[in-house]
Write a protein that binds this ligand. Structure first.
Ligand code: AHM
Ligand code: MG
Length: 333
């Protein structure tokens, strides 16, 4: 049996591609170490009083749960002291953390420390999402370093705390997945060069919001539910309320995830998901696995961010489905 740990894999990958600095490798390894600690806390959450809400409200106006804070503090604190990072943007923080220049490194990390936190209380899957960008210029980093288009990402990934804990990442050389072996405490290579499979089987969208959808979304979902064995329709529906888990299933089994523009809140017609913390890293992974990601009119990775907590419609998954959705949008104009 060959056992490839995440540490060995990223070192070997770096060697294979002639990269010498090792900083990115170490940064990914830092995230994997923090993920093991978060995973331990997630596994214990049902047993300790860490479960539940603190009653505070985060910058997005949502109730913050204790594990969100724990994951945010652990990850941001650990990365800030690593010497490899100059700025950290987090879904849980109104402003990015700027690492003092003396301890600052050359990378910027944008994080969703615990995505799908509504699932904590019911022991369903949750995740951590990360996006790694290069520092822009010389001198002290600023908020602008966090506000880079997704195509600038040098690496992105997620950790899914599901029936196992899985670490999935890409440095632009394909997508790799590792499963945590709790008996030895190591992430072990379990998914090499992940690619979306041949045809679409699943779609993931909050069907409860159908009355809020715009016309193209309504028509696309109607198409998905049509009966046509030649195009394997109707597709199955899966939606757990944690993007990491739905995205993961769709990447492995063939599917598309949608959190489209809706008119639920007339003030916000952008959907719910954040460009920097959720859409960009998932779009990077999707493209690396042969998929695609769009807002309906724009490729996610080309958007120039204007705000740290900017929200965008997200349609991500198999390229065929993303293109089809875009066609429905074009036809409605
Ligand atoms: P969160 O970052 O506050 O946890 O919210 C993001 C999550 C996604 O993981 C998930 O796909 C979506 O919210 C579910 O939202 P909804 O309940 O509106 O469908
Ligand atoms: Mg989130």
């Amino acid at each position: 049996m060959t056992l490839t740990t995440i540490e060995r894999h990223i070192v070997e990958e770096e060697r294979r591609h002639g990269l010498t600095s090792g900083t990115l490798t170490n940064l990914l390894y830092d995230i994997a170490v923090a993920a093991k600690v978060i995973s331990r806390e997630v596994r214990r959450a049902g047993l300790t009083n860490i479960i539940g809400s603190t009653g505070d409200v985060n910058v997005q106006g949502e109730t913050v749960q204790k594990l969100d804070i724990y994951a945010n503090d652990l990850l941001s604190g650990y990365l800030a002291k690593s010497g490899r990072v100059c700025a950290i943007g987090s879904e849980e923080l109104a402003k990015p953390i700027m690492v003092p220049e003396k301890q600052a490194g050359k990378y910027v990390v944008n994080l969703d420390p615990l995505d799908g936190s509504g699932n904590i209380a019911v022991n369903a899957s949750i995740g951590t999402i990360f996006s790694i960008l290069p520092k822009l210029g010389q001198g002290a980093a600023t908020e602008a370093d966090c506000l880079q288009p997704g195509r600038n990402q040098v690496a992105a990934g997620y950790v899914m705390y599901g029936s196992s804990t899985v670490f999935v990442y890409s440095t632009g050389l394909g997508v790799y997945g590792f499963t945590l072996d709790p008996t030895v405490g190591e992430f072990v290579l379990s998914h090499s060069r992940i690619r979306y499979p041949g045809h679409c089987k699943f779609y993931s969208i909050n069907e409860g919001y159908a009355s809020y959808w715009d016309e193209p979304t309504r028509r696309y979902i109607e198409w998905v539910k049509g009966i046509d064995p030649a195009s394997h329709r109707p597709y199955g529906h899966r939606y757990i309320g944690a993007m990491v888990a739905d995205f993961h299933r769709n990447m492995l089994e063939g599917g598309v995830f949608l959190y489209p523009r809706d008119n639920k809140d007339p003030q916000k017609t952008t959907g719910k998901l954040r460009l920097l913390f959720e859409a960009n890293p998932m779009a990077f992974l999707a493209e690396q696995a042969g998929g695609a990601a769009t807002t309906g009119t724009e490729r996610i990775l080309t958007i120039t961010p204007t705000d740290l907590h900017q929200r965008v419609p997200v349609i991500v998954g198999m390229a065929s489905e993303v293109e089809r959705y875009e066609n429905f949008v074009r036809q409605s104009h």
